[in-house]
Ligand binder design. Structure first.
Ligand SMILES: Nc1ncnc2c1ncn2[C@@H]1O[C@H](COP(=O)(O)OP(=O)(O)O)[C@@H](O)[C@H]1O
Ligand SMILES: [Mg+2]
Length: 209
């Protein structure tokens, strides 16, 4: 994988590259001109590029937090992250905030990374290789007023470039834009974590590559 901030080694930073080697993509999609995709890799009518009916799924096992940190560090190297929407699922205590902390630290965030449970969103900005990456860490646990979506500027955030990582996306179901990658965490009796990764778009697929 190519580290963020070194786009010269990768054509089209973060823009999904569709190739014939990707078996899950139907022939008709392959013939779709790229001009129909906007900078976010979405169709110009606002919908995700239709990858397939079924997401690409990977499963992992994290024996401890070190394994969580190692995965986060690997993911942080992926250029597609610069415009990804990532949902984090799991019960209270599953490790959503912990994973986000490791990811943001790996991306270069040096500020204290607070859980945004009360603020709903915490913004960050890092500069790597001369490029600015905006990061938005959401926690929708206490989100219960759809008007806040407009009033707090969440619509604008999701329309802008940057990484959006969301805890408790279920609480903003119906408003929240579709994700590129879902990460589902579950805790085992020995405190290890079982992890399911589901990619829902070409961008999400790039994150799992
Ligand atoms: N992969 C992991 N392995 C072991 N313990 C973990 C792991 N991830 C998180 N924890 C621990 O679980 C607790 C709750 O984690 P947290 O990230 O706050 O959960 P959530 O945000 O899902 O509610 C923390 O004390 C953290 O140290
Ligand atoms: Mg949390």
């Amino acid at each position: 994988m190519v580290p963020l901030g070194q786009p010269s080694q990768q054509s089209g930073l973060g823009i999904p590259q569709i190739d014939r080697g990707y078996a899950n993509l139907g022939e008709s999609k392959l013939n779709t001109p790229f001009l129909q995709l906007n900078q976010q890799g979405r169709l110009i009518d606002g919908h995700k590029f239709p990858l397939n009916e079924t997401p690409i799924v990977k499963t992992l096992h994290w024996p401890d937090e070190t394994a969580c940190a190692a995965f986060a560090q690997g993911l942080a190297l992926c250029p597609a992250l610069a415009q990804a929407v990532v949902y984090l699922h799991g019960d209270l205590g599953a490790g959503k905030t912990t994973f986000t902390r490791y990811l943001l630290q790996a991306l270069g965030v040096t500020d204290r990374i607070k859980s945004p449970t009360y603020a709903v969103v915490e913004p960050y900005e890092v500069t790597t290789g001369g490029q600015v990456l905006a990061i938005w860490h959401f926690d929708f646990y206490r989100f219960n007023d759809p008007r806040e979506w407009e009033d707090a500027g969440f619509r604008d955030i999701f329309a802008s470039r940057g990484l959006k990582i969301c805890e408790w996306p279920e609480k903003a179901k119906g408003i929240l834009p579709a994700s590129d990658l879902d990460i589902v965490l579950s805790v085992n009796t020995d405190s290890s974590r079982d992890v399911r990764l589901l990619a829902h778009s070409p961008l999400g697929r790039d994150l799992l590559a």
